[in-house]
Design a protein around this ligand. Structure first.
Ligand code: GDP
Length: 303
């Protein structure tokens, strides 16, 4: 975790540092406030949250009068924390034994192909296994030919059995079988990797709804995690909106946060969907998935 924090700090601290530098100017004139707004917008914080933050900062700086560096840092930290949301429940829920007969906890992982869905599913399996839980993986991304192989490789690495179907087979049927298998094996959690091609919204996107309905024949789906690539910026918000239309998202995983300084997307996407960022991807390796912690995130931002 310390290593991940360091990496996050390296990649993220431009936003907070920039703000702190601007706030430290002796005269906070209109131009400076505009620069502060630009910094936030460039970091993908989004228009409404930017406006809110700047309004609050202006007010508090006015009340504060003379500002020491420590006071400014504390002020910025507090306001960024409010913006990121410290009170959101970010635990990934996997409620096992829903119905008589012991149904495993079920997590569906959804998102546009290429965002890191399969990798995230594999990493999440690793986290759960390390936590002492037994896991079955469902390779319901039957569209991308290599996805099932990729997931199975992850499964073998972390010690989770992978259920897969025929190539280009029915994703819902694979998902159904995965939960059935998980139930028979008596595992704690079933993670289902799905396909996501945005340009065929009515076809493949509807399919996601079907996957969920079919899985629910066994019992409730605990989590629908939407995987978003942090480097795609505002485009990620468009994707989020489309996915939220077909399936109820319960949490967000922001991947590739190691490759961008645009940490503000965390704020923007939470606003957009009204659900918390629960996990962040900080690299391609097995241990590069971490719970999203607002304090650590903001501290990394401010540097
Ligand atoms: P999928 O099509 O959504 O299942 O995407 P994949 O899981 O195959 O991931 C696409 C690429 O993104 C792969 O090369 C992954 O190694 C890479 N990737 C996934 N998550 C992260 C991350 O958090 N950081 C970085 N740097 N790369 C990632």
């Amino acid at each position: 975790l310390v290593r991940l924090r360091a990496r996050l700090a390296r990649s993220q601290n431009s936003l907070g540092k920039g703000l702190l530098t601007l706030l430290s100017r002796e005269h906070l004139d209109e131009d400076t406030w505009e620069e502060i707004e630009d910094t936030l917008l460039t970091a993908d914080v989004g228009v409404a949250p930017t406006q809110e933050l700047v309004d609050r900062l202006r007010e508090r700086v006015k009340v504060l009068g003379t500002r020491t560096p420590d006071e400014l840092r504390a002020l910025l930290r507090e306001e960024l924390l409010t913006l990121v949301g410290t009170d959101l429940d970010r635990a990934v829920k996997t409620e096992t034994g829903h119905v008589a007969g012991g149904v495993p906890g079920v997590v569906m992982v959804v998102g546009v192909n290429g965002t890191g869905k399969t990798t995230t599913t594999g990493k999440l399996a690793r986290v759960l296994v390390a936590d002492g839980r037994t896991v079955v993986l469902g390779a319901a991304d039957t569209f991308r030919a290599a996805a099932a192989d990729q997931l199975q490789t992850w499964g073998e690495r972390v010690g989770a059995y992978t259920v897969r179907g025929p190539e280009a087979g029915d994703p819902a049927s694979v998902a159904f079988d995965a939960v059935k298998e998980g139930k028979e094996m008596g595992v704690d959690v079933v993670l289902i990797d799905t396909a996501g091609r945005l340009h065929t919204k009515t076809g493949l996107m509807d399919e996601l709804g079907k996957v969920k309905r079919v899985v629910e024949k066994h019992g409730p789906v605990d989590e629908v995690l939407l995987v978003l690539d942090a480097t795609t910026g505002q485009n990620g918000l468009v994707q989020a909106r489309v996915f939220a239309e077909v399936v109820d998202i319960t949490g967000i995983v922001l991947t590739k946060l190691d490759g961008t300084a645009k940490g503000g997307i965390v704020v923007a996407v939470q606003r957009e969907l009204g659900v918390p960022v629960k996990l962040v991807g900080l690299g391609e390796g097995a241990d590069d998935l971490a719970p999203f912690e607002p304090e650590a995130f903001v501290d990394a931002l401010i540097g």
